[in-house]
Design a protein. Structure first.
Length: 216
């Protein structure tokens, strides 16, 4: 028999995934920090989704980066459409907690975003991040263009060398292209740590510098 910890660290079978719902969860379409929309066509901008543990702290890492226009949190990479937080935490959706980053490539490079991603968590832990255990805490990059995919793959290889030299194991980060569907999380999760400054943030990096994006 698998314990609950082990159960939540493996992807559910397709027949075990929750069915979800056809309608999106309600969304207040205004960023709590900068007032920009969370859902939009975002013409002239680019976007990517990152999974690096609890999405509360992950989102804060990126909304503070100059050149980032908007951030939002949601669920992606699983098989349950428009899942709720409780469903994701059950381990029966296959979703990852991710932050969608919308950015202006004229103001911030994708390589700079990759550097923030790598240095903000430990990408060698598999289906967990610190004390947060489960498939929704796995490390992932969901690319929207072939160029993003190529840059993400190259950064993974570069950072793997840095981590190995520091005594860490193999990176378990998923680089996925094309990006799977992104489902916005509940309103109260959006910009959570701006609304709740003393809220929980379990993110912790390895302390190993990422060699890309240093001049971006």
């Amino acid at each position: 028999m698998l314990g609950i910890g082990a159960y939540k660290q493996r992807m559910p079978r397709a027949e075990d995934m929750l069915s979800g719902r056809s309608a999106p969860l309600p969304l207040h379409n205004v960023h709590f920090v900068n007032g920009h929309p969370l859902r939009d066509a975002f013409n002239g901008l680019e976007q990517v989704e990152f999974g690096l543990g609890c999405f509360w702290g992950a989102e804060r890492k990126f909304w503070n980066v100059p050149g980032v226009y908007s951030t939002s949190v949601g669920y992606a990479g699983g098989g349950t459409p428009n899942a709720t937080y409780e469903e994701v935490c059950s381990g029966q959706t296959g979703h990852n907690e991710v932050v969608r980053v919308v950015y202006d490539p004229a103001q911030v490079s994708f390589e700079r975003l990759l550097q923030v991603f790598w240095e903000s968590h430990d990408p060698t832990q598999g289906m967990r991040q610190g004390n947060d255990v489960g498939t929704q805490y796995r490390s992932g990059i969901h690319a929207h263009t072939p160029e993003q995919q190529a840059a993400a793959d190259a950064s993974l290889q570069a950072y793997q060398q840095q981590l190995q030299a520091a005594g860490y194991g193999a990176i378990t980060t998923e680089v996925v292209y094309p990006a799977p569907p992104f489902y916005y999380a509940e309103d109260y999760h959006q910009q959570y740590l701006a609304k709740n400054p003393n809220g929980y943030c379990g993110l912790g990096g390895t302390g190993v510098s990422c060699p890309i994006g240093l001049d971006a």
